[in-house]
Design a protein around this ligand. Structure first.
Ligand code: Z5A
Length: 211
């Protein structure tokens, strides 16, 4: 595979969508062919799964293991239908969330068995890992207040307790410490423009090595 998989990760409201948009424009201006996608919901099947995963269901809660399996199913379809073909075609893929989200949310957040999650991640991806993961690090309270400012209503996972989101954040800290060459921490509390400039610097170091 000659393309590159660049993943954006972080807690709610950390600015992934914002940064992926400007990063896409910047890479395109360099003549690079870019695909933007996300999990969950990067395929037609995944859009159905995304709705099941994120809609609020107060009376019939989704069991933690069910949630884990739905994210894995979304990913398996996404890898086969979108990621592998686009990488094979030499595209740069900007992906909103990937395997680290499952470790952070279902592992650290829900407390599900880490070895089970790693096995499922492996099955769903057939071993495809990101070439680079940009972790936008913001305080949980800052991210959630940005989302509340959007006034679009919080989804099922955003409505979780602050303690849950803090465990997720701790998960990202641990992941970044464990994978220092794959996961790059960027201070997501800085202005949108400054964050973009930092990401450009990180990618600017990688592009000559990749091309
Ligand atoms: N999930 C999981 O549990 N397990 C898994 O394996 C996977 C996912 C793959 C996906 O929801 C949910 O699924 C997610 C994890 C879970 N949890 N939740 N909820 P999603 O894709 O709909 O939501 P998200 O991934 O959390 O993204 P988001 O909430 O849409 O936020 P964002 O993309 O990171 O941020 P944004 O839309 O770019 O910015 C949010 C607001 O902040 C907006 O008003 C911006 O203008 C503003 N913003 C952005 N950057 C800045 C800066 N730098 N300063 C000030 N304001 C800013």
């Amino acid at each position: 595979m000659s393309g590159k998989l660049i993943v954006f990760e972080g807690v709610e409201g950390c600015g992934k969508t914002t940064q992926m948009q400007v990063c896409c424009q910047w890479l395109k201006s360099l003549g690079i062919s870019v695909v933007v996608t996300r999990e969950p919901g990067g395929t037609e099947l995944g859009l159905h799964l995304r709705r099941l995963l994120l809609e609020k269901s107060e009376d019939k809660p989704v069991a933690d293991v069910t949630e884990l399996l739905l994210y894995a199913a979304d990913r398996a379809q996404h890898v086969e239908q979108e990621l592998k073909p686009n990488l094979a075609a030499g595209k740069y893929i900007l992906c909103d969330r990937y395997t680290d989200s499952t470790i952070a949310y279902q592992g650290y957040g829900r407390g599900l068995n880490m070895s089970l999650i790693e096995q499922l991640n492996y099955i769903a991806t057939a071993g495809l890992t990101s070439d680079l993961t940009i972790w936008l690090d913001v305080d949980v309270e800052v991210g959630l207040s940005r989302k509340q400012g959007d006034k679009i209503g919080l989804d099922r996972i955003e409505q979780e307790t602050i303690a849950f989101h803090r465990r997720v954040q701790q998960g990202y800290n641990q992941l970044a410490a464990a994978h220092p060459s794959r996961i790059m921490r960027v201070d997501g509390s800085l202005s949108k423009e400054t964050v973009h400039n930092v990401i450009k610097e990180i990618l600017g170091d990688r592009l000559p090595i990749w091309s």
